[in-house]
Write a protein that binds this ligand. Sequence first.
Ligand SMILES: NC(=O)c1ccc[n+]([C@@H]2O[C@H](COP(=O)([O-])OP(=O)(O)OC[C@H]3O[C@@H](n4cnc5c(N)ncnc54)[C@H](OP(=O)(O)O)[C@@H]3O)[C@@H](O)[C@H]2O)c1
Length: 310
Amino acid sequence: MADAVVQPAKQRYALITGANKGIGFEICRKLASQGMVVILAARDERRGIEARERLKEFDNVVLHQLDVADPASVAAVFKFIKSKFGRLDILVNNAGNRGVDVDGDVSLLEEYIAADCAFLVAGGQAEPFHPKAEGKIVETLKGAEECIETNYYGAKRVIKALIPLLQLSDSPRIVNVSSTLGCIVLQPNEWAKGVLSSKEGLSEERVDEVVQEFLNDLKENKVKEKQWPPHLAAYKVSKAALNAYTWVAAQRHPRFLINAVCPGFARTDITYNHGPLSEAEAAEAPVKMALLPDGGPSGSFFHRSEALSL
Ligand SMILES: NC(=O)c1ccc[n+]([C@@H]2O[C@H](COP(=O)([O-])OP(=O)(O)OC[C@H]3O[C@@H](n4cnc5c(N)ncnc54)[C@H](OP(=O)(O)O)[C@@H]3O)[C@@H](O)[C@H]2O)c1
């Protein structure tokens, strides 16, 4: 009997945004080590070249410039993937912006995040919060706008631009790297909470409406009056909107698996290098979501531990 012809496994193509450092960089490393062609996208060319150099043991990593806030840059990455690979199998929207700075002891940020997590675990019951670190969280209008532009509009822009290439895949996957801070329980504004949590009638336009209302209130100095989150407001609104949009996009593309995942609290620049997890540990859950087998969940938001146990 003639030897059976062994078909080479089908090559898969993955794009990771904000991949020059942190969790995105480690997602690239993990996907590249599985033999996938990985497009490491970085908004800054020089930082991208340095990151590509740190993965030089892989000949299946390709660098491309991508600023998710710049429509021309997004259009250019579409053109590049279309002409070079013809399709895309996995998109990981990882690029992120925290929207605040800390004036003083940066461990203050970790204390605020820990207080929010305790609030979540307690089912929305607030404990008195008196941070030990000295300083204050500074949220400017410019910082908040950049945060929303990157975390919500940027991810949406990249998804929309690359859908035609993902449609050519046998098993399209989109992973939106989100955050536990985007949980609806952390949204005190009852109207926003209602819109973002009700699947009935939820649409892209409704999610945009919440984000625009928040930005308008921020401009008019009405964050407190309108009961938006008292701290890290732009980050929380951007990630809550991203989670809601994940559901909307999954309904629109039933053949895709589109999910949002919190990678866990990790030591990266966004957290001022505080947190229990390494960058590589935090990359595990997004990678698992990127490699979900057919028939897996879609339109959901997972915390790290839930994603890893799928
Ligand atoms: N670390 C955590 O504990 C944690 C927890 C929950 C969720 N997350 C999420 O995980 C993702 C990755 O964050 P990280 O912790 O790895 O932080 P990080 O090390 O600060 O990395 C953020 C990445 O996003 C890039 N970026 C920012 N704005 C961009 C834009 N407009 N276009 C393209 N890239 C842009 C940054 O590029 P530059 O180097 O050019 O600035 C950098 O590569 C984010 O979405 C974050 O919200 C992190």
